[in-house]
Design a protein around this ligand. Structure first.
Ligand SMILES: [Ca+2]
Ligand SMILES: [Cu+2]
Length: 362
């Protein structure tokens, strides 16, 4: 391939990675724009820019589906525009405001219909959602149905089932949220869900090629940096990081952009359809992917019939025995109508919208 003689070494390195899809990271180059005006409440400015996306360390498996193929490689160059991002995931009290204002019923609160599930017997059509239930003994980690159970009556107001509630949990992440629920909230709030590329750019916090959103060491100076799982999975969450199970937002330090829980605590919906081979497709195209929106349609060879979108960030269930998805750049996925008690979301807002709002005020 012909390369202009004037291209410097750094540029050449980027070029090689983008074209061949290597496993090497090149530096993050932030867009040279300052934040456009005053931050909307609870949001921080993410400058956007060009960065190396994906994860070099690719384990098999995820919280939802063990033995998944390596989907977070190859590392490829991506550019995203700047945007505002919620500093935390959406909390129970924020979602309550939305539910009160709109009367919106989440997927888990709706009784499944005969049209949706034509072959299911009528007595099985009960509103509910999926809950993590620890096993009472050690199990082989090859079948996630051992620890995921459909619980009738589980929904965002009752995250672990009918006997659980949100008392004192105002600042906890809202969970049991299906994709359409997250979308509906975002629309109401005048925001949208992040693309997978926006999420990863933001998660990296200005760093490049680090293992975690805060650096390369899991516990710098012995400090816990994210809510993950300690102890034998899926039997007992030892909670050595201070939390067995979910934690209130802002319980751990923010990343370089001031974003909390970009790794661990709860998985977060992104707007991209999930395709195992999407990064391969981008890398083969070469160059820099500009504001990638994800593939046109979903495809997960592990469950080809299911329409899945991307999850990011990992959760309080993530651990080094099973799925280290708190490693930045790794990916998750989920069927769009399925919520769980470790899945939430946060929103983003493009800069232009905010500029227009400001312009109108003046
Ligand atoms: Ca924990
Ligand atoms: Cu996990």
């Amino acid at each position: 391939m012909r390369v202009p003689a004037v291209v410097g070494i750094a540029a050449l390195l980027i070029y090689t990675i983008a074209v061949s899809g290597g496993n090497e990271f090149a530096g993050t180059v932030s867009n040279n724009v300052s934040s456009p005006g005053k931050a909307p409440e609870g949001m921080v400015w993410i400058p956007g820019g060009e960065f190396s996306m994906g994860a070099a360390a690719n384990g098999g498996g995820s919280c939802e589906m063990p033995m998944a193929s390596n989907d977070a490689g190859p590392i490829h160059r991506v550019r995203v525009d700047g945007f505002w991002m919620d500093a935390t995931v959406v909390t129970n009290e924020q979602f309550e405001q939305f539910a009160k204002a709109t009367g919106y019923l989440t997927i888990a609160e709706r009784i499944p219909t005969k049209e949706e599930f034509p072959t299911a017997p009528a007595e099985n059509l009960i509103a509910g959602s999926v809950v993590f239930v620890p096993t009472d003994h050690e199990v082989p980690l090859d079948n996630y149905f051992q620890w995921w159970t459909y619980i009738p009556g589980a929904n965002w107001r009752h995250p672990l089932g009918p006997h659980s509630d949100l008392k004192g949990k105002e600042k906890y992440p809202v969970v049991q949220i299906a994709y359409p629920d997250a979308e509906a909230y975002a629309k109401w709030a005048g925001k949208r869900l992040p693309t997978e590329a926006e999420f990863e750019f933001a998660a990296r916090g200005g760093l490049s090629g680090k293992t975690y959103v805060w650096g390369d060491e899991f516990r710098p100076n012995g400090k816990w940096m994210a809510n993950t799982w300690q102890g034998k999975f899926p039997v007992k969450d030892a909670g050595e990081d201070g939390f067995a199970g979910i934690a209130p937002v802002k319980s751990f330090p923010p990343n370089g952009y001031g974003l909390y829980d970009m790794a661990g605590n709860v998985w977060e919906w992104c707007s991209d359809w999930y395709r195992t081979d999407y990064y391969k497709i981008l890398a083969e195209k070469g160059g820099v992917a500009n504001n990638p929106q994800g593939p046109d349609s979903p495809f997960d060879p592990a469950e080809p019939g299911e329409k899945k979108r991307v999850h990011r960030g990992g959760s309080f269930l993530c651990n080094d025995q099973y799925c280290s998805r708190y490693i930045v750049g790794t990916r998750g996925k989920g069927e769009v109508n399925t919520g769980t008690n470790h899945l939430g979301f946060r929103c983003v807002k493009p800069a232009e919208q905010n500029l227009q709002v400001n312009a109108r005020k003046h």
